[in-house]
Design a protein around this ligand. Structure first.
Ligand code: FAD
Length: 482
């Protein structure tokens, strides 16, 4: 059932899920399908977390926030843990372009085409390219994690900054990784994308989340939005439920889809954790954030096809620090042609420019400086877009922009992190239930578990953990009774 804001919740549950990002949603659906009673609590007034959208001008314009591209694996995950209709709406982004001073390339982002481009456009030895792909495909969680991305590229393609840019830039954009992050995080994410290219959701994020919400309700999940959980109740190292607007709701287990650091430092009382665990949590670095410029075309306006995902940069070389610099040189345009939203009566075209960014840079500005900087970002983006689409300014009807501060305000993620935590967050997240029985975490952590696919898959992994925990609990209770 869908609770109203004023409704009191008097039931007990097998699982309470805090947060409805793709991790929380997918865990909720799996658990409900497996006949567990689930309560999903979301602080926001809609489900989806970062998988979100917003309207402007009385719904005349709609913008997707994080629907730019995900790997093919999302189709399998949706078929298995959601439904066929959702899986069948996942369609390929066929035209990916790179425009920078080092090269201009059009690709479908498949492994085949990438190898072809590396050999023919970058004149690399084919054997070496295959060795690189083979090396990545062998990577797994248990590998030595000391090798960095910088070392990985130096090993296979020494001093080829252009090659590094071609291989790394889309992944930095996709999950905020840097040249100094462990190569394993790059290898796993790149191999996921390279299996069959980049995908998107036909109909937009609003359609996806509505379909997910319908399925959750059909499977018996109780949902409450506008429901910011204040506290996870812990007694004797055991999660017992949550506090919501002063009320206590009891459950046998709790899954937090909030940021891992927020889960431990804010939602829980830290006195329940060992010092060793708290130190590990303290040491987790957050991933960086993003800026976006949202541009909607006038309803009757159209543009020529210039690609669906266009990675542009004006920097003469590639460096992950440059991607984050406030002096923006790198913009990735997602172009939403009307075909992406076939359900719309009036065809809509919108363009979203995304740039990775540091929270600290934007947070340090005064109110006036912040407004000026935001305006500068919009103006420079429009100027840059004119170089790709002459006369575009006259076709744009609405422009808005988001900064790391916007991301923080809407998602409650510390420092507006778009992609959760760096690699070390994974260990703390996965072992949370060993510190506090019945308390689990799912959501963007460790770079690998971030993004639409990573978050959804992590929801499944943690749902399995919860099921095994609840089964053991039940066995224990049965034994005690006998
Ligand atoms: C600008 C941007 C672009 C992106 N582009 C892409 C892309 O193209 N492809 C891709 O794969 N990924 C992309 N991502 C990343 C991807 O969207 C996220 O990794 C993923 O959606 C995160 O899911 P999650 O499960 O971690 O939960 P989140 O989306 O982080 O959601 C967590 C939810 O928990 C709720 N919550 C938190 N605290 C509480 C509380 N106390 N009580 C109740 N509710 C609470 C929040 O309101 C939120 O709804 C992008 C991210 C950003 C910011």
């Amino acid at each position: 059932m869908l609770y109203k804001r004023s409704d009191k919740i008097n039931k007990n549950y097998d699982v309470i899920i805090i947060g409805s990002g793709l991790g929380g949603l997918t865990a909720a659906n799996k658990l409900a399908k497996d006949n567990y009673s689930v309560l999903l609590l979301e602080a926001h007034n809609k489900l989806g977390g970062f998988a979100t959208w917003f309207f402007r001008e009385r719904k005349k314009y709609i913008f997707d926030v994080s629907l730019h591209g995900f790997p093919i694996g999302m189709k399998k995950t949706c078929r298995k843990y959601w439904n066929k209709e959702i899986a069948d709406s996942i369609i390929q982004v066929k035209d990916v372009r790179f425009l920078n001073p080092q090269y201009q390339i059009q690709t479908d982002f498949t492994k085949e085409d990438y190898i072809n481009k590396l050999v023919h456009n970058f004149n690399l030895d084919e054997k070496k390219v295959h060795e690189f792909f083979e090396f990545l495909s062998q990577m797994n969680f248990y590998d030595n994690q000391s090798m960095t991305n910088r070392e990985l590229f130096q090993k296979f393609f020494p001093d080829r900054n252009d090659v590094m840019r071609f291989l790394m830039e889309p992944i930095c954009y996709a999950n905020g990784s840097t040249l100094d992050d462990p190569a394993i995080t790059y290898g796993i994410v790149f191999s996921n994308f390279m299996s069959k290219g980049v995908y998107t959701f036909e109909g937009g994020t609003d359609r996806l989340i509505k379909m997910m919400r319908d399925e959750l309700l059909e499977n018996g999940v109780d949902i409450k939005m506008n429901a910011p959980v204040e506290e996870i109740i812990i007694e004797n190292k055991q999660a017992k439920g949550v506090k919501l607007m002063g009320d206590t709701i009891y459950a046998k287990s709790v899954l937090s889809n909030a940021n891992i650091k927020t889960t431990i430092n804010t939602l829980c009382d830290t006195k329940h954790f060992s010092n060793d665990f708290l130190n590990k949590n303290e040491a987790i670095r957050l991933n960086t954030s993003s800026c976006q410029v949202y541009m909607a075309l006038k309803p009757e306006a159209s543009i020529p096809h210039i690609g669906e995902l266009v990675f542009t940069s004006t920097a003469d070389h590639f460096d992950t620090d440059l991607l984050l610099d406030m002096n923006i040189t790198s913009r990735t345009y997602s172009i939403y042609y009307p075909e992406i939203r076939p359900q719309d009566e009036v065809p809509k075209t919108s363009i979203v420019s995304s740039t990775n960014a540091r929270f600290e840079d934007w947070a340090a500005l005064s109110k006036e400086e912040y407004e000026l900087e935001k305006k500068k970002m919009i103006d420079e983006t429009l100027d840059h877009l004119e170089t790709l689409l002459p006369d575009i300014k006259s076709k744009i009807a609405y422009v808005d922009a988001a900064t790391p501060l916007t991301v923080k305000r809407y998602t409650h993620h510390p420092k507006g992190t778009s992609f959760g935590t760096k690699f070390e967050g994974l260990d703390v997240s996965m072992n949370l239930h060993k510190e506090i029985h019945g308390l689990f975490h799912a959501g963007s952590v460790g770079i690998i578990m971030s993004g639409w696919l990573g978050a959804a898959n992590y929801g499944v992994i943690q749902a399995n953990e919860i099921e095994s925990y609840l089964y053991k609990q039940q066995q224990g209770e049965t034994h005690a009774r006998l």
